[in-house]
Ligand binder design. Structure first.
Ligand code: SAH
Ligand code: SF4
Ligand code: F3S
Length: 459
C-alpha cells in the first residue's frame, strides 16, 4: 500500500476520537482572529472547546509580545497549566502567537513541559503538528515566516453572534522603531479581495450583521499582493447583502487617503469611527519613532474628518516615556490630546522590545517618570471621554443590538455607529436588529438609554 495513504489513514483514525481544547488568548484582534481560525481547524479534527483547562486534552496559549508585561503573561499562564500535565501525561500544551514566533526553540528549553511552539504564519499546519506529536511522539517548533499567503490559509470559521472579524492582510512593513510586530508577523501581504468577499458573504449567510476588517495598517491594503485599493475593498464589502455595518482597524496616519475620508460620506454602512494612532504629539519623538508623519499632518487629517463628519468618533494610541521624551515633548502630547479631544485613548508606557531600534537608544526614560506621565494623560482623557459621553444625553442614537448585557441579563447591549457601548432594557427579540435608543446617561465607558423604536437615525 502507498505509504502516504497509510499515514492519512492513521491521521483519520487519530482524529476520529472526540477531544477537548482550551485556548487562552492575549493581544490584539489579529490574535483573537487567529484563535477563531484555530477553533475552526480544531473543530474539523473533532475537538470541542471547553472553558475549564483541567478538562482539556489540548491547551493552547496564543501569545502577545507587544510589551514586556504581555510577554511575561506567557510564563505565568504556562506555569498554571503545568500541573495538569502531571495528572494527565497525554495532555498536549502548545504556545502560538507572537511570543512563540519571537522565542521559538528557546520556549521549549525554558519550559520543557511544552510540546508545541508555532508562529502566526503556521496556524494552518496545526493538523500536521498534532499528528507529529501524537504519532511520532515528538515536540514541534514551527516558526517559519513566509512572504505569501497559502490558498485556503484564511477560511471562513464558525461564528457565533452578529459580529465577525476578518483579516484582510498579514504582517507590517513599517518598522516603527519601538515595535516588535514586523519581526513576529513578518512582511505585509494582502489577501486577494475575492477570498475576503467570499468569506464575508458566508458570514452574512449565517446571520452576521457587522464585519470588522483587520490589518496592522489597513490603509496600505492592496499595495503588497492585493488586487484592489483599500477604498475599493471597502466598497465591495459595503455591497454585500445582509451586512449592515463595516468597521476597520488599524489606520496609519501616513497612509490614510482622501478617498477613504470621503468614502465615509458615500457608504452608509461604513461606521463613523476611526482608530488613528498618534503615538506622540512631539515631532522630534515621532521622527525617532519612525512614524513618517508630523503632528501638523495628523491634525490636518483630523480636522478634515471632523469638518466633514462632526459626529465621527476618533480614537488613538499613545506611548509615553519613549526614549528621549522630555517634559516638553510630553506637554506637546497633552496639548494635542486637549486640541483633538479624542473619543478614547489606549495609552501605554514605552516598553523596550527585543530586535527593535528604540531598545538600543541610550536615553531610556526612568520607570517613575513613565508612570507619572501615563497617569496624567489618563486623567485628562478620562475627563474628556466622560464629557463627550454626557454630551450625547438627550439624543436618539442608532444601536445595533449585540446581545444581553453582561452586568444585567434583563438588559440588552449594543453599539452606536461611533462604537460607543449602549445598555438599555429591552426584549431579546431585538438582538441583531438596528434600533433607536434615547440616551439618558453618559458614563466614562458606556451610555445608558431607553428603547425608542426601530430606526435608521444616525448618531
Ligand atoms: N498597527 C497598529 C498598532 C499595533 S500595536 C499601528 O500602527 O498603530 C498597538 C499599539 O501598541 C501601538 O499603536 C502602540 O501604541 C503600542 N505599542 C507598540 N509597541 C510598543 C512598545 N514597545 N511599548 C509600548 N507600547 C507599544
Ligand atoms: Fe508596529 Fe508601526 Fe507596524 Fe503598527 S505600523 S504594527 S506600530 S511597526
Ligand atoms: Fe501582540 Fe502580536 Fe498583536 S505582539 S498586539 S499579538 S500582532
Amino acid at each position: 500500500m502507498n505509504k502516504d495513504l497509510t499515514i492519512i489513514d492513521t491521521m483519520e483514525g487519530l482524529f476520529s476520537k472526540e477531544r477537548f481544547v482550551y485556548i487562552e488568548t492575549f493581544g490584539c484582534q489579529m490574535n483573537e482572529n487567529d484563535t477563531t481560525r484555530m477553533v475552526g481547524l480544531l473543530k474539523a479534527l473533532n475537538y470541542k472547546t471547553v472553558d475549564e483547562p483541567h478538562r482539556a486534552d489540548l491547551i493552547l496559549i496564543n501569545t502577545c509580545s507587544i510589551r514586556e508585561k504581555a510577554e511575561h503573561k506567557v510564563y505565568s499562564s504556562a506555569g498554571r497549566f503545568k500541573r495538569y500535565k502531571r495528572k494527565n501525561p497525554e495532555l498536549v500544551i502548545g504556545i502560538s502567537g507572537c511570543v512563540a514566533q519571537q522565542e521559538g526553540e528557546r520556549l521549549i528549553k525554558r519550559l520543557p513541559y511544552i510540546d508545541l511552539v508555532f508562529g502566526p504564519h503556521n496556524i494552518h499546519r496545526l493538523k500536521t503538528f498534532l499528528a507529529d506529536i501524537y504519532l511520532k511522539r515528538q515536540k514541534v517548533v514551527s516558526t517559519d515566516l513566509y512572504d505569501t499567503i497559502d490558498d485556503g490559509e484564511y477560511v471562513a470559521t464558525p461564528i457565533e453572534g452578529i459580529k465577525a472579524f476578518v483579516s484582510i492582510m498579514r504582517g507590517c512593513n513599517n518598522f516603527c522603531s519601538y515595535c516588535i510586530v514586523p519581526y513576529t508577523r513578518g512582511r505585509e501581504v494582502s489577501r486577494p479581495s475575492k477570498e475576503i468577499i467570499e468569506e464575508i458573504k458566508e458570514y452574512a449567510g449565517k446571520g452576521v450583521k457587522e464585519v470588522t476588517l483587520l490589518g496592522q495598517n489597513v490603509n496600505s491594503y492592496g499595495m503588497s499582493g492585493g488586487d484592489v485599493s483599500f477604498t475599493g475593498l471597502l466598497r465591495m464589502v459595503c455591497g454585500i447583502d445582509g451586512i449592515e455595518r463595516v468597521r476597520f482597524v488599524t489606520s496609519h496616519p501616513k497612509d490614510i487617503s482622501d478617498s477613504l475620508i470621503y468614502l465615509f460620506g458615500e457608504e452608509d454602512k461604513l461606521c463613523r469611527s476611526i482608530h488613528l494612532p498618534l503615538q506622540s504629539g512631539s515631532n522630534r519623538i515621532l521622527e525617532r519613532m519612525k512614524r513618517v508623519y508630523s503632528v501638523e499632518d495628523y491634525l490636518s487629517r483630523v480636522s478634515l474628518l471632523r469638518r466633514l463628519y462632526p459626529d465621527m468618533s476618533i480614537t488613538t494610541d499613545i506611548i509615553v516615556g519613549f526614549p528621549g521624551e522630555t517634559e516638553d515633548d510630553f506637554k506637546e502630547t497633552m496639548e494635542v490630546v486637549r486640541t483633538v479631544r479624542f473619543d478614547g485613548i489606549f495609552s501605554f508606557k514605552y516598553s523596550p522590545r527585543p530586535m527593535t531600534l528604540a531598545s538600543t537608544f541610550k536615553d531610556q526614560v526612568p520607570e517613575d517618570i513613565k508612570q507619572r506621565r501615563l497617569e496624567e494623560l489618563q486623567r485628562l482623557q478620562k475627563d474628556i471621554t466622560a464629557e463627550k459621553n454626557r454630551s450625547l444625553v438627550g439624543r436618539t442614537m442608532e444601536v445595533l443590538v449585540e446581545g444581553r448585557s453582561k452586568q444585567d441579563a434583563s438588559e440588552l447591549t449594543g453599539r452606536t455607529t461611533c462604537n460607543r457601548i449602549v445598555n438599555f432594557p429591552g426584549s431579546p427579540e431585538l438582538v441583531g436588529k438596528m434600533v433607536g435608543v434615547f440616551i439618558t446617561h453618559g458614563y466614562s465607558n458606556s451610555l445608558r438609554g431607553i428603547y425608542k423604536e426601530r430606526s435608521r437615525l444616525c448618531s
